[in-house]
Design a protein around this ligand. Structure first.
Ligand SMILES: Cc1cc2nc3c(=O)[nH]c(=O)nc-3n(C[C@H](O)[C@H](O)[C@H](O)COP(=O)(O)O)c2cc1C
Length: 266
């Protein structure tokens, strides 16, 4: 190991943001990350001066990454995680994530996002059952194989009920502009949906930075009335999707296509 590495000056990005991201407990600041000591023991010599033991179980690693490098790596290492431990998520953590969501940009700064937070198992179960029944009916109407349908319904149910927190992401047109014609009305609605999606991404990223895991699930978009009715949401709240949230119980790998397949510099 060379001196640069030992001094921490050249701490490689791959080390700071290992694949097993879930071992990172906390982003202390842009210059420090807290890991579980047990997770690190297998990876690092104890003598590294970059390690600053904070307590018996955790270590904080100072690094020289710029905020931009840290943000890029957070963006890149976030994955959709669909399995969670049964640990409850503290209400203040959920509020913190929701506050991050509300700092997203929004059309006219009207903040059209609305979030319904479910933490009671009975509420999540009720929603999962309603969503499952809807999925079953849709797929029966499609003429799909009953065995496949039941597998899909069971998977959807397990994904929702396996999460300690479910957040229904909605939009409201209450504060958006009104137009007399369908073209501009539609565009205004799309702007509200775009704003809401940006808020959700903030939430997903901060959850990841906090060592939590989440996944966007589209089911409520396919049954917005059902989600609204089942949860007695305000009438102007239009469900767009939901986010399952918890402590990760799996790791996932996903890749992206090279940006040149999706970008044209003109
Ligand atoms: C609009 C949208 C809808 C999605 N719907 C679902 C879904 O219904 N179920 C699911 O498991 N994942 C869903 N996902 C997560 C995607 O499958 C996931 O983002 C994609 O496979 C890339 O993986 P990554 O997020 O781990 O990079 C959705 C994501 C988006 C943005």
């Amino acid at each position: 190991m060379d001196e640069g590495f030992l001094s921490g000056r050249f701490l490689p990005l791959d080390f700071c943001f290992p694949r097993a991201w879930t071992t990172i407990l906390k982003l202390e600041s842009e210059l420090a990350l807290t890991f579980s000591k047990q997770a690190l023991d297998s990876k690092l010599p104890q003598s590294l001066p970059i390690l600053n033991t904070t307590d018996d179980t955790n270590v904080t690693i100072k690094n020289n990454l710029s905020p931009a490098q840290i943000l890029f790596n957070l963006i890149k290492t976030r994955r959709s995680i669909r399995r969670y431990t049964t640990d409850p998520i503290p209400p203040e953590t959920i509020r913190h994530l929701l506050e991050a969501a509300t700092w997203a940009p929004s059309a006219h700064n009207r903040q059209p996002w609305r979030f319904a937070v479910l933490t009671r198992a009975a509420d999540i179960k009720r929603l999962a059952e309603a969503m499952g029944a809807h999925l079953r009916a849709d797929r029966i109407a499609d003429g799909d194989d009953p065995v496949d349908i039941e597998r899909d319904v069971a998977r959807s149910y397990a994904r929702l009920t396996g999460a300690p927190v479910v957040i229904i992401v909605c939009l409201s047109m209450a504060d958006m502009d009104s137009y007399p014609d369908p073209r501009r009305s539609r565009n205004e609605w799309v702007m509200a949906a775009q704003s809401t999606a940006m808020a959700a991404q903030n939430l997903l990223l901060l959850a990841h930075a906090e060592g939590l895991a989440a996944c966007w699930i589209c089911a409520p978009l396919f049954a917005p009335d059902l989600a609204q009715e089942t949860l007695a949401l305000p009438v102007d709240w239009e469900p767009q999707g939901l986010i399952t949230l918890g402590r990760p119980a799996e790791t996932r790998d996903k890749v992206r296509l090279p940006i040149d397949t999706r970008v044209k510099f003109l």
